[in-house]
Ligand binder design. Structure first.
Ligand SMILES: [Zn+2]
Length: 426
């Protein structure tokens, strides 16, 4: 009798075990692409904080003073290696002249004070310059909209703050004169990219002292590459672009594209960014072997974002082996764009102070440097130890929507966690 019971129990046990294995195998197979992608995504060793500030450049002259104050704030904070805080500026190179008669670029004398402030911060190593676009829109699209929209006509009387244009018209790399938008011709894209990358290089590449001369860190091999044409970084306006634009960027020497983790290629019938054709993780490659970086956290004091939220994002990204790229805009630091510069600078100061206190091994790095570290697999920055990578991967898969919950309920994650590095466990 006891033997029959025992056999019965064993059968039951094997049935449960088999059912569990089948469930786990099904789960792993269903999510295999995502799990593999998360394994291949490079894992950064240290917490990295990069504040990404968009829309600077051609525009109001008050930017000159705002940028000087920003540079002073950044210079007050240094990471564990002694490097000053570094903010990226995504630059607009030109604005139209009133009434559409040509354009004023950062190379023109009337914008000299703004260019000068940008160069000063670049030379101090506190500004990392990225290309946002010749203009924050496609000029011909805007001219077409002028005839249809009074607000665009009004804007053109003093065309300094592109933030004030209707959102869909701020997308440069799609023709949103009529909605849904249509692609530009390939020839137009290639010509526009060549023109804007050429001007960006002329204004900013090789200008000022390379970071390696003003800051030396023997353990870090990245800085010698700062400013090199092979490390140009682009931030697509409104994050709408397509593969043809990417290929044109790569052709002109751009090597890193900042993304929100997905590529949206059009403006839909409601004017919203749409036509998603791709998702990406840090280090994924685009056309011409461009490297994508993901920026999906925000620090916009003008919208009420507090340093606590930014610090929580930094903690989250660090646990996942990812750099924390925080998006912000010049509008926070310009009164005429609706910002409160004093409050924004105080919030920024507070954020850096607390980040350096809460993360003693915090590093400041630019997307150009991160892209280079990924491309070369630099062991100073990228985790090589398999057990560390496994532990970070476990945290990444635990945060996958749906998968994480089921993997926890089935006991798969707790089981895998037994093999993780205990000091890195969440
Ligand atoms: Zn922008």
């Amino acid at each position: 009798m006891a033997r029959i019971n025992c056999a019965h129990n064993m059968t039951l046990l094997f049935t449960i075990l088999f059912a569990w294995l089948a469930l786990v195998a099904g789960l792993l197979i269903a999510f295999r692409d995502r799990l593999l992608a998360l394994w291949h995504e490079p894992a950064f060793k240290a917490p990295i904080l990069t504040i990404e500030s968009d829309d600077w450049g051609a525009g109001p002259l008050t930017q000159a003073e705002a940028l000087s104050k920003l540079a002073a704030c950044l210079n007050r904070h240094h990471d564990v290696t002694g490097r000053p805080a570094c903010m990226t500026l995504a630059l607009i190179l030109a604005i139209p002249k009133p009434e559409m008669a040509g354009k004023v670029t950062l190379a023109d004398a009337e914008l000299f004070s703004v260019l000068n402030s940008i160069h000063a911060g670049q030379a101090q190593g506190v500004f990392a310059l990225q290309l946002h676009g010749m203009m924050h829109f496609w000029p011909e699209v805007l001219w077409e909209a002028v005839s249809m929209q009074t607000e665009v006509r009004t804007w053109l009387i003093k065309p300094e703050l592109t933030e004030q244009l209707p959102s869909h018209l701020q997308s440069r790399w799609t023709n949103a004169a009529n909605l849904p938008s249509k692609p530009h011709s390939l020839e137009d894209v290639q010509a526009a990219v060549a023109e804007e990358v050429g001007l960006f290089k002329a204004l900013f590449v090789g200008v000022g002292a390379p970071l390696s001369e003003i800051y030396s860190d023997a353990a870090c091999s990245l800085f010698a590459h700062e400013g090199s044409p092979t490390n140009l970084v682009v931030v697509p306006p409104t994050f709408v672009w397509d593969s043809r634009v990417e290929a044109a960027w790569a052709n002109q020497g751009v090597s890193v594209v900042i993304t929100p983790g997905r590529r949206l290629t059009c403006r839909d019938a409601d004017g919203k960014p749409g036509c998603q054709d791709k998702t990406m993780l840090n280090g994924d490659r685009g056309a011409g072997d461009l490297i994508y970086l993901v920026r999906d956290d925000y620090f916009e004091p003008v919208f009420g974002h507090r340093p606590e939220q930014a610090l929580a994002a930094l903690a989250r990204k660090t646990a996942l082996g990812r750099p924390c790229l925080l998006e912000t805009h010049r509008s926070n630091f310009l009164t005429e764009a609706g910002g409160d510069p004093t409050a924004a600078l105080a919030a920024l100061d507070d954020l850096y102070t607390r980040a350096l206190r809460d993360f003693p091994n915090l590093r400041f790095a630019t997307p150009a440097e991160l892209g280079h570290a990924i491309r070369t697999g630099d062991a100073n920055w990228i985790e090589q130890d398999p057990r560390c990578r496994f532990t970070i991967w476990l945290q990444r898969i635990a945060s996958l929507p749906r998968f994480g919950k089921v993997a926890r309920l089935t006991g798969l994650l707790p089981l895998l966690n037994l093999f993780a590095r205990s000091d890195l466990r969440p």
